[in-house]
Ligand binder design. Structure first.
Ligand SMILES: NC(=O)c1ccc[n+]([C@@H]2O[C@H](COP(=O)([O-])OP(=O)(O)OC[C@H]3O[C@@H](n4cnc5c(N)ncnc54)[C@H](OP(=O)(O)O)[C@@H]3O)[C@@H](O)[C@H]2O)c1
Length: 242
């Protein structure tokens, strides 16, 4: 709760959560920490993973009644009348996409949702989804050393869709650490800050969502917004993902 409050105090305007994060417990925690929400703060949540496996285990579940129930619960837990950005956590391969997105569109018509985003999709899935409903954001795993979803980022750029890379600061834990550390040392920054600065400079549509439970890491990560990479540094970092 202290980290969430400090984040908002320092100017963070988007906080990402999900039903999956504790079966709604994280939504509740954010409301306890931040409600009443200041103007301009977007708390975005995700639905579509449920404990509906044979023994109650988590599984992808985009059935309309499940999505609707998770949205209704999120409204109560977050203590809002409308969720301004609702993301489909995963496309459920066993439920027609039109049913999953149609449910979210209906919830939008009922005034319970603002905009709709996707998570962990391919460029083809993004195209299919956009034929059904307006998509404003995509949340895929992406960082300095993991560019698997580069084509999706490019599709988002072309369409003006926000791209929220998850696992954004994982660069420090990769085999490419030495080069990241070298650039960081030259700039008097940390490897995490270099990873975030690289993401922020990658495209106007990129909005990293680094996770932390520590106020010192939060402050360090936010300071990355002021770190400028030279073209030479960017080129060296760009090469890590090729
Ligand atoms: N859509 C999806 O499928 C999906 C999947 C996973 C995550 N997410 C979302 O994406 C967010 C971030 O993803 P993530 O947590 O997987 O990856 P991440 O943000 O790249 O990494 C988080 C880890 O990095 C550490 N960290 C953060 N700042 C640091 C710093 N300055 N120095 C050293 N370590 C630092 C954190 O530990 P400390 O707590 O010690 O700082 C934490 O263990 C999550 O919070 C979640 O909202 C979405």
């Amino acid at each position: 709760m202290a980290v969430a409050r400090r984040a908002v105090e320092l100017g963070v305007t988007l906080i990402d959560t999900a039903y999956l994060y504790g079966g709604g417990a994280n939504e509740e925690l954010l409301a306890d920490a931040l409600h009443p929400y200041p103007d301009g703060l977007l708390v975005t949540t995700k639905v579509g993973v449920a404990r509906s496996g044979p023994s109650g285990e988590w599984q992808l579940d985009g059935r309309p009644d499940v999505l609707r129930a998770q949205v209704e619960q999120a409204l109560r837990r977050l203590r809002v009348e409308r969720i301004e950005l609702l993301q489909l956590h995963r496309i459920d391969p066993r439920t027609p996409l039109a049913d999953q997105l149609g449910t979210l569109r209906d919830l939008g018509s009922e005034g319970k949702l603002g905009r709709i985003g996707l998570s962990e999709v391919t460029a083809t899935e993004l195209d299919e989804a956009r034929k059904i409903v307006d998509i404003v954001s995509v949340q895929n795993r992406y960082n300095l050393v993991d560019r698997e979803h580069e084509p999706v980022l490019e599709a988002c750029e072309a369409a003006g869709i926000a791209f929220l890379p998850w696992r954004p600061v994982a660069a420090g834990a990769s085999g490419a650490r030495a080069e990241v550390a070298a650039v960081a040392a030259e700039l008097g920054a940390t490897a995490t800050q270099v990873a975030l600065a690289w993401l922020l400079g990658r495209s106007q549509v990129v909005l990293p969502i680094p996770g932390t439970a520590r106020i010192d890491h939060l402050e360090e990560n936010l300071a990355a917004a002021h770190l400028r990479l030279s073209p030479v540094h960017r080129d060296r970092l760009d090469r890590l993902g090729r």
